[in-house]
Design a protein around this ligand. Sequence first.
Ligand code: B16
Ligand code: MG
Length: 209
Amino acid sequence: NIKGIIFDLDGVICSTDEYHYQAWKSIADEEGIYFDRNINERLRGVSRAESLEIILERATASYSPEQKAALMEKKNNIYRELLKNMGPRDVTEEVRSTLRKLREKGYGLSIGSSSKNTRFILERTGLTDAFDGISDGNMISRSKPDPEVFIKAAGILGLKNDDCLVIEDAVSGIDAANAAGFHSVGIGPAAEYEGAEFKIQNLSEILDI
Ligand code: B16
Ligand code: MG
């Protein structure tokens, strides 16, 4: 008796992961810190502050809280510049039609994203109206694998956790969903994760769950 569906944004609805990578890569290069796409995989679903900590694991210098805040701001400015390249074409027809069909079937639909740029991305891609609720990085104090962002989303939809599916590309997101009694669906890298209750390759497969 699933009544609501909570979607992670980056990696599920659209691929902003490449822009995150490019922005962090330019910060790391400037600081002389080794960073590659493999390390970038660990940033999936992780907050901006925790992403920086992962990158700084390979730094030789130590960074003050002020320096860290400056690096995060710089990264976000680069990232937001890159996001300006985004438009409706960055959401596939499959994603759009899946969202439309789920709405027709009467499901409550919400975003559950760690990103503080969620609303900007939804506006750029023309998806704001496709959702009944938006729970994002601005509304939470603990990031995935803490379930806070999904609990807020279920609250906005007025549903119990157990009545909602959470769709995630990140292991941390699947752990977050499972920790609070949501039904978890892994896609992309998270489809390889044994913790995911359901595993899908394409978003339209949730129409069959
Ligand atoms: P921001 P999601 C996450 O989005 C990204 O996967 C992660 O790489 C990023 O660090 C995080 O948002 C915070 O993003 O810097 O824009 O606040 O997968 O939870 O939709
Ligand atoms: Mg994600």
